[in-house]
Each structure stands twice: as C-alpha cells, then as structure tokens.
Design a binder for this molecule. Structure first.
Ligand code: HDE
Length: 698
C-alpha cells in the first residue's frame, strides 16, 4: 500500500485531513506521538479502513484507544461547588500562635507553606457562569510539614443550617428544580424560598446571601472564613476555640446586581479570567490571615452558642488577631489535573488543630472523604499530585486499591511486624508525642436526636447583620430579596418569608412588601424572641475598601480620529497605580488616531461592554462619535457605566453620545481635558451617591 509508507506532511492527499499541510511528523523517539502504552503512531489523521472509501476496521487499536479515552474524560462534577477556579501560592506566618497550638504551620514565624486555593460558586454546575448571586467557596490546601491542612471555607462567615442532616435538603432546594431542570445557578425560585421560609435558622445567612457579598467584583476581593468553630491544641493538649478569617488586601468589593447579570452574558468566565490574568500579569492577589481565639469560659459567656454555624462572633466582641498572609502567585498548569481533581477534606488537619462539636462540621467530617470516592473513583485519590502531602514524608501500611501508583516492596504490610526488610523498628509506627491527638473534651450525656436549646435564637444575628449595614447596603439587600421573591410563583411561600423578615427588622419587612406590592403579613412566631445586639461596623463593605486603581480595570472607548495623547495619559496614570487598561474600538483591528498613528484594540465594542470595567473613558473624535450614535452597543457602553455607578471620563466630542445614553453631570462624570485627576480619583471607587438617580431601590 503506497500511502502507508509515506510520512507526515509529504503524504498524498489520501492521508491528509483538512488543514493537512499543518500536520507534522517526527521520527525522533522523544517527540513522536505514541499510544498510551508507548507504541509509536504512524498517522494521527486517518483511521484504518478497508479501502480508501471503505468502513473502519475494528483492529484499529490506535483509533479505539484514543476515542475510548476521550469517552471517559469527564469525572462527576462536585455535587456542590462544581464551578471553581484555582491558583497556587504560599502562606507566610508573621505572628506565632505557639501559646495556643503546636501546629508548626501556625508557630514557625517566617516559614512559607505552599498552598493551593480553589474558589467556587455553590449552586451552579461546572459550566455555569461566574457571577450568579451565590456564596463563594474559599478552600485552601496548606501543604504543611505535618501533613495537609485543608481549610475549606466560604466568603460568608455563617451558614444556612445548623445540622448536617439538613444539607441534602438545602442543596436539593437551591439547585435546579427536580422536574424541570432549571433554574441553573440561581436561588430565585420557588423551592429555595420554600425551604428558607420553613427553616427560620437560615435567616441570618439569607441576609448575607442577599447582600452585595454574594455578587463579588473579583475573587481577589472576597473575604474567607472557616465558618465552623475549630479548636487549637497546645503542647499540653489544652484547647482554645478558633475562628479563621481571610482578609483580601484589595478590600471586599462587589458588583451591582444589574451589572452581575449583564457580566454573565458578556463574560461567563469573568472571575476565572480575572484571577488568571491578574496572576499571569504579576499582580498577585494577597490576603491577611487572622484568628479569633476564645477559651471555653469566654465562649460560655457569649449570648449565643459558638457551635451553631448560623452565628458569628462580632469582631467588636472578640478581635481578630492577624497572624499571616497568603499570596497566590502561580496559575495551575492544567485545569483538570489540578483544579478539578483537587480534593479538599475538612478532616485534613495537622497535629495542634482539632474540630469542635459543631453539628454541621461533624457531618462535613464524613462527607468530603465520601464524595471524593464517587468523584475520583478510588481510595487512592490522595496520590494524585495536587492532593499529595508534599511538605512532609508520607508512609503507612495501607495498600492496593484502584489506581495504586506506589510500588511497595517486600512482605511487611502490617503493623506491628519484626521483618528485617521493614528496618529496625519494623516499618512506620505511631508517634504519641508528635502525632495528631484529639482534645479530651468531656462528653457524657445520653444519646439524643435533638437540637440544642442554645441554637434556638434564629433572628438576633440576622438583625445584627441587617442593622449594621450602611444605608446603601440595606437598600441593596432589601432589593435583592424583592428580586428573588418576585421570581417566586407561590404566594404562600413568599408570605412565609415576609412573615419571618418581620422578626429581623420591621422596616426591612415593610420595604420588601412594598417592593413586591403585596400586603405584609404579621411576623411569624419566633422560637425565641430576638435581642438587639451591639451593631458591628465590621460587617459592612461600603466605606471599608481601599480607594485605589490597583487591581481595577479601565476601558477606553476610542474611534478613528481620537486624541492619542489623552488615551496615553489615561493609560499611563492608571498603570502607574497598578490598574489595567483595555482599549475598546468599533473594530478589533483598532483605529487611526488624530495624529495618523494606529492604535490596536484589545476588544471590539460589541463584545466588550462596559460591565467588565471598573471605570471607562470615552475618547472619541467628532465624526467617530456621530457614527456611534447609531450603535446600540456604544450607547449601552455609556448608559451601563453610568447605571453601574462607574467613573466616566470623556472628551468634549463624546458629549453627544453621553447625552443620548442619558448620562447626567455628576462628580463621577469628568471632562478629561479639564481635569483628568478627578477622573482618576472617581475611578478608584464606585459613585454610590449616584445610585438614587439611576435605580429604584426597595
Ligand atoms: Fe461543603 N461540601 N458541605 N461546605 N464545601 C463540598 O465536597 C458538605 C459546608 C465547601 O473547592 C463537597 O469535594 C456538607 C460549609 C467548599 O473542592 C461535599 C455540609 C462550608 C467546597 C460537601 C457542607 C462548605 C465544599 C462537594 C454540611 C463552609 C468546595 C465536593 C454539613 C465552611 C471545595 C467536595 C472545593 C464541597 C459537603 C457545608 C465549604 C459534598 C455535608 C458550612 C468551599 O462533600
């Protein structure tokens, strides 16, 4: 057969697929393509056929192996937190906790511990968008010298439920409805709010989930919390309760709801791209790491139970001690191998860290190991490189199982043993001093299937959160509930939620009812009457984040004939402060500036709306502007930037477009020729004062 003797690019047409001229060949063993078993492949374009136009032959093991492997490329996605984005980095301890723990990761000041962090949404599938209203997962794997420590947290410090036995119900209720398979990645539907209304313990978490925290601007700008109460144990095994906190250096920042919805269409990968691009550009996201510590006596003195994950400990009551920092400085090399196969286990704790009796945490201690078995398919998932304990030696006598990659030698696979091959002490042995020990907590009550009385207050913390917010944030929160309940089709479901809200704050309930234009039912009867707690300013976002261009993106819309000097001046100033600039033009090839020079575009107008920027500048020529007056995407560019409370810089020739877009004069709308510095100042934050002019809030 003449064809089978020919090679690669010089082959006859019968061997070429489409684009055949690009197919390369290699005869060097180190670069040639092989089967999974190492057999060199002679042709990666054509299957083996009975004649040029004949059927494919079953004996073609090259084809069968390739297709079969492809058929099995997907593994089950996570039942929750399916959509995630991750990065590598390090944790550095700046203050020792040696007084309360013997965990080296928390006692060796200056030591750097490798980490892998996976951020996620909760409700949507792996292919869903990045910006739904949702909690964000914040899972950190520390590869410590004493084994992996997985701090599997969220960006919200409390949770919906108090007992793990309700988790499957909660997740069933929030995910796509069982009969219809929608809505995807959205809590605004009947089953979710039905469950919430029937479970008043969820009310505090609902306040957070309906706040701007649930629509973050960037994964680099979210807080992280361990949520559950843990314990630290010192050398003497004396326990101290601990709550873990991550604080982003860029501050906690959010989007506007309308903006988040539009980003979902403009860039479904908005957060994933943002994280990847920032790290690739060397703008490494950073968090401070802090702990709230309290003794048993201090915990007992609090007016709520720290084993109840629907409660938080206000910082004003127990301050956060900052003890370290985390920097994410490397993108994964392979999404599947690392981000997808990463298995986080709350049971991964080095000696010196321990669990509490929080009944939510107790359920998690079982669930994660279990879920990895169905997702990764083997008890040996710890051998996958991303999950491997790499800060320390790893040895035990567990053997075999699916996908065993270690080749153990000899007969000594049990302990104790006295075989010479296992060395002097007969293989690895327990270490009573250095090994993991549990806190000796007295238990001693009878078995019960009960919820502790100390968990019964479902509203005081919800009230604390709502009343501690700024006016702007309260309005957003109320509006978010109105939005979600407007998607609820069952009156009784809506009314039950409204009745519960009455226990949080009468004004909130009134605002939501007015926003829905329905009658407000009387408050439901709480199990325990809520108390007024001292307000906590620490629970706010607005007014707390640093006003800076660092980490922000400015989009400059240009047309042919635009003034290049202004474009360059804005670019220079933004970049000097650590911000990013993208040029948006009607066509991707860019524009010819007033001085005749070409300016390349980073994005084409129709595919690069202003929602993906923190601030925009309109540097248009007179003729260019006239053309854009007939372009919906240009009008929306300006209209949305204004509606989403962004700074808008403009040149005089762009004024007609601003007028057409309904952009009114305010301190955030700045003539670049007159006062570019004002534009930069406005671009460092959002124009909150503008909001009443552009939006009807509840
Ligand atoms: Fe999870 N959770 N969870 N969860 N969770 C999972 O484990 C579970 C809870 C959190 O990036 C699953 O590997 C139960 C609280 C994050 O891979 C599963 C309960 C908090 C991630 C599971 C909770 C979390 C998960 C699914 C109630 C904040 C993603 C896939 C008792 C502290 C980790 C997997 C990653 C993932 C169970 C509640 C955070 C099914 C039973 C509270 C960040 O095992």
């Amino acid at each position: 057969m003449a064809t089978s003797k020919r090679r690669g690019s010089s082959a006859s047409t019968s061997r070429l697929g489409s684009g055949g001229e690009l197919h390369q060949s290699s005869s060097a063993p180190e670069t040639r393509i092989t089967t999974n078993h190492g057999v060199p492949i002679s042709d990666n374009q054509n299957s083996l056929k009975g004649g040029q136009r004949g059927p494919t032959l079953l004996e073609d093991f090259v084809l069968r192996e390739k297709i079969q492997h492809f058929d099995h490329e997907r593994i089950p996605e996570r039942i929750v937190h399916a959509r995630g984005s991750a990065a590598h980095g390090f944790f550095e301890l700046t203050d020792s906790l040696a007084d309360v723990t013997r965990a080296k990761v928390l006692t060796e000041v200056g030591a750097k511990t490798e980490v892998f962090v996976r951020f996620s949404t909760v409700a949507g599938g792996a292919g869903s968008v990045d910006t739904p209203r949702d909690v964000r997962g914040f899972a950190v794997k520390f590869y410590t010298k004493e084994g992996n420590w997985d701090l599997v947290g969220n960006n919200i410090p409390v949770f919906f439920i108090q007992d793990a036995i309700k988790f499957p119900d909660l997740i069933h209720a929030v995910k796509m409805e069982a009969d219809r398979g929608y809505p995807q990645a959205a809590s605004a539907h009947d089953t979710f709010w039905d469950f919430i209304g029937l479970m008043p313990e969820s009310t505090h978490m609902i306040m957070w989930a309906m706040s701007d925290r649930a629509i973050p601007r960037s994964l680099r700008m979210i807080e992280g919390f361990g949520v559950n109460t843990f314990r630290l144990l010192n050398e003497e095994d004396e326990p101290t309760f601990v709550k873990f906190h991550w604080r982003p250096k860029l501050g906690t920042q959010s989007t506007c709801w309308d903006e988040a919805v539009k980003i979902a269409g403009a860039d479904p990968d908005y957060h994933r791209r943002d994280l990847h691009e920032a790290i690739a550009a060397g703008n490494f996201p950073e968090w401070e790491f802090g702990v709230q510590l309290l003794s048993q006596a201090e915990a007992d003195a609090l007016p709520f139970d720290i084993l109840d994950a629907t409660k938080l400990i206000p910082e004003e009551m127990v301050p956060i001690r900052m003890i370290g920092r985390m920097v994410l400085d490397r993108n994964p090399d392979n999404f599947f191998a690392e981000t997808e196969q990463a298995a986080f286990l709350p049971t991964n704790m080095p000696p010196g860290i321990d669990v509490s009796e929080d009944p939510l945490l107790q359920g998690r201690l079982f669930s994660y190991q279990d879920t990895q078995l169905s997702r990764l398919g083997t008890v040996n998932f710890h051998q996958i490189p991303i999950n491997r304990a790499k800060g320390c030696p790893f040895q035990n006598l567990q053997r075999d199982g699916h996908m065993q990659t270690q080749v153990f030698k000899g007969r000594a696979n049990y302990e104790p043993n006295s075989l010479a091959e296992a060395g002097e002490i007969g293989g690895p042995r327990a270490d009573p001093d250095g090994g993991f020990r549990s806190a000796g907590i007295p238990l001693g009550e009878s078995k019960v299937r009960l919820r502790s009385e100390s968990f019964a207050d479902h509203y005081s913390h919800a009230r604390l959160f709502y009343r501690s917010q700024t006016e702007i944030e309260q309005a957003h929160l109320a509006s978010a509930i109105v939005f979600e309940l407007s998607k609820v089709t069952l009156d009784h479901v809506r009314n039950r939620v409204l009745a519960n809200l009455g226990n949080v704050d009468a004004d909130l309930a009134k605002r939501v009812a007015a926003g829905l234009n329905v009658e407000l039912p009387p408050p439901s009867k709480p199990a325990v009457a809520p108390e007024d707690m001292e307000l906590s300013r620490a629970l706010r976002i607005v007014g707390k984040y640093p006003e800076t261009l660092k980490g922000r993106a400015v989009g400059i819309l240009v047309t042919d004939g635009a003034d290049g000097a202004i474009v360059e001046a804005v670019r220079k100033a933004v970049e000097a402060e650590g911000g990013a600039v993208k040029i948006v033009a009607p066509k991707i090839g860019g524009v010819t500036l007033k001085n005749g020079k070409k300016l390349k575009a980073d994005g084409q107008l129709a595919g690069t709306p202003s929602v993906i920027f923190d601030a925009v500048a309109l540097v248009l020529s007179k003729e260019g502007c006239a053309k854009l007056l007939k372009e919906g995407a240009a009008i929306e560019f300006a209209m949305d930037a204004f509606g989403h409370l962004k700074a808008i810089g403009f040149v005089a020739d762009a004024k007609p477009l601003l007028d057409k877009a309904g952009v009114a004069a305010d301190p955030g709308v700045v003539d670049l020729a007159r006062n570019a510095a004002d534009f930069l100042a406005a671009a460092r934050t959002r124009q909150w004062d503008r909001e009443p002019a552009v939006r009807m809030l509840a």
